[in-house]
Write a protein that binds this ligand. Structure first.
Ligand code: HEC
Ligand SMILES: [Cu+2]
Length: 328
């Protein structure tokens, strides 16, 4: 696409187009038509502004006939003809834009028929619950703040909220859709290329709205199947691991780890936390050092977050940090 790039440059938007949250260079089956529509409507608006500006200048600079000294209702035929022409041109452009928009909405509204993967995404202040569905209950599992999807396969996303209105948006992969308490909205995403795509809550939902992000990792079908199987397996922990005991007393009221007695649902499921890319919904890279500092500094790192600052002993922090990072 050359001409949109030229316009972007002209508008000084070239920098934005390369940021991870720009929808303008999307290439997915849903993101592509949205990006084209965005560029098209921008071009039409700029064109209309230029034309109106020129006509306005002409009108201001043109000398009036000396007879037209008074202001009153327009009743000469030429003026009325120009009004008609103006209305006609506007109608054509507006109708064209409306039809283009409806066609795009229709394309992005329909998940492809071959749709086989269905994922529930549940928004809450300020993180994302993720549940992979399957007709076989033994193949379902729960994770958080990360979606893994196979390249070239449409994935149906069922959107819900546990508290206020949030909005699901992965700019490079698909349109955004609201997550509304007590109802389920359905959308879909699909990636043409492998890679990591950033998602972001796009409906203001409180103090940490800006830090409510997630990642979508698109991988080959084989890697996806392997990932799914790994997620199903309970993480390898020994029931008598003393570190699990620390986790049980300090963290399990809010966090679940499958295959252990920890079953809290207030915070994200941590069953395979070590394999996830971030901590605190996209805020920090997932490293042992960041995890250790997160546990005792939640309210400094993400003020207002619904995880209390725990004031744990250094030895306890070491325990849960090494324990969680091993949950691959
Ligand atoms: C009162 C409930 C509560 C307790 C107790 C609690 N957490 Fe949390 N935790 C949360 C919530 C809620 C979040 C989501 C924060 C966000 O991103 O907005 C969270 C997030 C996290 C995350 C980031 C997960 C992700 O995918 O981004 C980690 C890791 C974590 N907690 C570890 C712990 C550990 C370790 C303990 C015990 C030492 C603990 N938590 C105790 C509620 C709790
Ligand atoms: Cu939000």
């Amino acid at each position: 696409m050359k001409w949109p790039a030229a316009i972007a440059l002209a508008l000084g938007l070239a920098g934005c187009a390369s940021t991870p949250l720009s929808y303008l260079d999307a290439t997915s089956p849903i993101g592509g038509p949205i990006a084209e529509l965005g560029w098209g409507l921008t071009a039409i608006s700029v064109g209309v502004c230029i034309i109106v500006g020129i006509l306005l200048l002409v009108a201001i600079l043109r000398r009036r006939p000396s007879s037209a000294g008074t202001i009153g209702p327009v009743n000469d035929r030429t003026s009325i003809r120009w009004i008609g022409i103006g209305v006609a041109i506007s109608t054509v452009f507006l109708l064209g834009s409306a039809v283009w928009t409806l066609v795009t909405v229709n394309i992005i509204g329909q998940p492809a028929a071959s749709n086989t993967i269905s994922v529930d995404v549940i928004g809450q202040e300020w993180w994302w619950g993720v549940h992979y569905n399957s007709s076989d209950p033994a193949r379902q599992f729960t994770t958080a703040n990360q979606l893994v999807i196979p390249v070239g396969v449409p994935v149906q996303i069922n959107l819900r909220s546990n508290d206020v209105i949030h909005s699901f948006w992965v700019p490079k992969l698909g349109g955004k859709m609201d997550m509304i308490p007590s109802r389920t909205n359905v959308t879909w995403i699909e990636a043409d290329k492998p890679g990591t795509y950033r998602g972001q809550c796009s409906e203001f939902c409180g103090l940490q709205h800006a830090n409510m992000a997630f990642t979508v990792k698109a991988v080959s079908q084989a890697d996806f199947d392997a990932w799914w199987t790994r997620q199903l397996a309970p993480p390898a922990t020994a029931p008598d691991d003393p570190r699990l005991a620390t986790f049980m007393t300090r963290c399990a009221a809010c966090h679940a780890i499958r295959g252990t007695p920890a079953g809290g649902i207030v915070g994200p499921d941590l069953s395979h936390f070590g394999s996830r890319p971030t901590i605190a919904s996209g805020l920090l890279p997932n490293t042992a050092a960041n995890l250790a500092s997160w546990i005792n500094n939640t309210q400094t790192i993400k003020p207002g977050v619904k995880m209390p600052q725990l004031h744990m002993l250094a030895s306890e922090i070491d325990d849960v940090t090494s324990f969680l990072e091993e949950l691959q």
